[in-house]
Every structure is written in C-alpha cells, then in structure tokens.
Design a binder for this molecule. Sequence first.
Ligand code: ADP
Ligand code: MG
Length: 234
Amino acid sequence: EEVRLRLNVEVIVGPDSPPAPAPIESFTDMGLHSSIMKDITFHGYTMPTSIQAQAMPVALSGRDLLGCAETGSGKTAAFAIPMIHPPVRRGDGPLALVLAPTRELAQQIEKEVKAFGKSLESLGTAIVVGGTNISDQKSELRMGVDIVVATPGRFIDHLQQKNTSLSRISFVVLDEADRMLDMGFEPQIREVMQNLPEKHQTLLFSATMPVEIEILAQEYLRDPVQVKVGKVSS
Ligand code: ADP
Ligand code: MG
C-alpha cells in the first residue's frame, strides 16, 4: 500500500475477486524474457512509470485489467510488453489484437510493439487501419501474423471478408476506449468482444471513466483489476 501511495496508484477489485498483484517498481523484477529486457533498455526505459509498475504485474499474471491514466503516462508499454511475453509463436491467425481509435495511434502502437519485440525471433505484426490499401493488408494478414494493431472499422471489414480470424486471439487490448466510443466504434468493439474464443485476456485502457466505459467493462472484463493513476474524471 505504501508503494501504491508513492506511485499515486489506486487499485480496485471486486468483492469476490482474488487480490491484485503488487506493484513492481523495476522492469528487472517483473520476470520478463531476457530478450525483451534488452529491448526495453535499448528503448531507453530505465524505470516503469506508475501505470506500468501496477498494470504490468496485473497483465503478466493473466488477469483482466481496466486501466485509467492520463495521456502521456506510458500506457502503450504497459500493454505492449505483457502482450509479447511470453514470446508469441507464428501460427494460423493472430494471437493478439489491439484496437485503437485512429490510424496515427495504431501506427504508433505497432512501432512500439516492434521495438519491444525486436530481439524476439519472427514476431509478425500487422497494421490494419482505414485510409490505406485494403488488398495489401489482406495479403499481409493472410501470410499469418501474430499481433494485429487495428482501428475497429477496418478490422471488422477484414473479419467479414474472412481475411483474418478471431479464433486464436487470446489477448485483446482496447486502447483509448473512451475515444473509440466517442467516435462511434461501440458496435465494432462489441462485435469483436462477443466473438472471441472462450479463453482470452482483455486489457481496457481509458483516460476517462464515463458510465459507457463502466458498462463495457462490466460486460466484457472478467474479475478485472482496476488500476487508476492520479485523478481520473468521469
Ligand atoms: P499514453 O499511452 O499513456 O498516452 P505513451 O505510452 O504514449 O503514453 O507514452 C508517452 C511517452 O512516454 C512516450 O514518449 C513513451 O516513449 C514515454 N515513456 C513511456 N514509458 C516510459 C518509461 N518507463 N521510461 C521512459 N519513457 C517512457
Ligand atoms: Mg496511449
């Protein structure tokens, strides 16, 4: 609790949920794969930010997460590093999916995922966003990728065209969920969440906590750990 106070982190779990994993203030103590550690250091990160210190142990433990922290607090690494740990294996259809509100954000996320997984052999990532050539994306998806970073509308297009599938997805991130709802992506998010395999982990990040996000979280997160950093407005 002392550490959480210092980090300005608040953690909430449901009354029947197991306790939340403790925050970890050093990347070295998180039990990460040595090649990922190398890439973190190379990326210039020496210490986890507050959201990373609390959200990464939660994500690495396999629990669902509802993460609230303001922009610039380091949420990308908080999900990107657990997503590639343990190293994912190439197969038929992606194993992890990140949904983000805009093309620019998706591109930025994919870049970070690649940077943290640089030393991992054959980590295949694809970026699936609107406003770019759909047939190029189609061939990339059909070649088989491990991680897809996408905007919801374009991802659903590819699902409907059977260019990709949810059948092997075990890790889902909804990044900037409040913005995705503002942009009208709720039906697409629901379409994805309702068609995931039974066994999957979900991380939902949002800068604000309006009631629509709480409803979404209640519906789709299982026994989540809610992590709030600083003041979070609704
Ligand atoms: P958010 O998604 O919360 O808005 P980002 O993940 O985009 O935040 O991170 C904001 C900035 O902080 C980026 O430039 C990122 O590289 C940097 N950053 C994140 N985590 C760390 C860290 N542990 N050490 C140093 N810089 C970091
Ligand atoms: Mg972000």
